[in-house]
Ligand binder design. Structure first.
Ligand SMILES: Nc1ncnc2c1ncn2[C@@H]1O[C@H](COP(=O)(O)OP(=O)(O)OP(=O)(O)O)[C@@H](O)[C@H]1O
Ligand SMILES: [Mg+2]
Length: 288
């Protein structure tokens, strides 16, 4: 068993103990996938070519629409678009885990964060959003809340502007910055540009209004927030106070035990759905 896996297991065990001790937060959802009877889980090591891409026609008229290039998205490892693909299957498994963690509680808002930079938060956010939109027949709003280093727009190949920066710094209404990227049931709120004062913004009444507004307005939607890493700034912690649940990402051969210990200490009182072990060679990919 790898060091990382041991650390993940320990972290989630500690969370379970914490939950049992009476914290008013949900327990983590199950054990490691190795402990489940599931079989046939594929690799989340991205990189090989795919040929079949289904491109559903956009059906949105009011929200700004663009038609993203699905082939290019697959090149950028957005494999959740593929119909028959082992990585896409892994995202479906993640979707099932996430839904089982939020649905019974009526939760709708999920923050995706990780222990440090480059662990795959943004790519996982996009793939999770698409797979939820595809499979659960649920409307999904994907929000780029990494205001310091936004990247959802570049993964999807859409313009960064107009976006949240225009909402926070100007008077641009939310409905004017929403964009439908031609993937059914998926709407995106791009960042609008880098914001060096993101911490100030995260704690501002305008942010509170934004979250309240989108929660109220889009009651039929799951909302996924891509965010910075826990070790970078306080933004993900501030954001966590607005959301129902957190999904953590660790990256195989990169995230260390120390990273996990430090990160888990920051979120120990939060509702953590689980930890995704990204980019792993082992046969079962998702660690919860
Ligand atoms: N499972 C994977 N297999 C291969 N490449 C991956 C995988 N996950 C992420 N990557 C690649 O790693 C890089 C970082 O991924 P991503 O931007 O999603 O990480 P991040 O945690 O959001 O980073 P940041 O902390 O900078 O916001 C990207 O080039 C992405 O394509
Ligand atoms: Mg990112």
């Amino acid at each position: 068993m790898s060091q990382l896996k041991k650390a993940l297991e320990k972290a989630m065990k500690e969370r379970k103990t914490f939950s049992k001790e009476g914290a008013n937060h949900a327990e983590s959802i199950g054990g490691f996938p190795e402990d489940r009877a599931e079989s046939g889980a594929g690799k989340l090591k991205h990189g090989h070519a795919r040929d079949v891409v289904e491109a559903p026609a956009p059906t949105y008229f009011q929200t700004r629409s663009v038609r993203v290039d699905f082939e290019k998205l697959v090149d950028r490892k957005v494999f959740s678009l593929l119909k028959k693909d082992e990585v896409a299957d892994q995202y479906k498994l993640l979707r099932t885990m996430v839904l089982s963690g939020i649905r019974p509680k009526g939760h709708r808002t999920i923050e995706v964060t990780s222990f440090k930079e480059g662990e795959g938060k943004s790519l996982t956010s996009v793939n999770l959003a698409i797979t939820l939109a595809n499979e659960s027949r649920q409307n999904i709003l994907l929000v780029d809340m990494d205001l310091r280093r936004p990247s959802i727009h570049s993964i999807l190949g859409i313009d960064i502007k107009p976006g949240l920066k225009d909402y926070f710094e100007g008077d641009t209404p939310i409905e004017d910055i929403m964009i439908h990227p031609g993937i059914e049931r998926l709407t995106v709120l791009p960042a609008g540009g880098r914001m060096d004062n993101s911490t100030e913004i995260m704690g501002s009444p305008r942010m509170e209004n934004l979250i309240r507004d989108i929660r109220k307005r889009y009651q039929d939607r799951y909302i996924i927030f891509d965010s910075p890493a826990l070790n970078r700034c306080s933004d993900p912690i501030v954001l966590s106070s607005y959301v129902d649940a957190i999904l953590l990402i660790a990256r195989a051969n990169y995230t260390t035990t120390e990273d996990i210990t430090a990160g888990m200490a920051l979120v120990k009182e939060k509702n953590v759905l689980g930890i995704v072990l990204n980019d792993s060679e082992i046969s079962r990919r998702w660690a919860y």
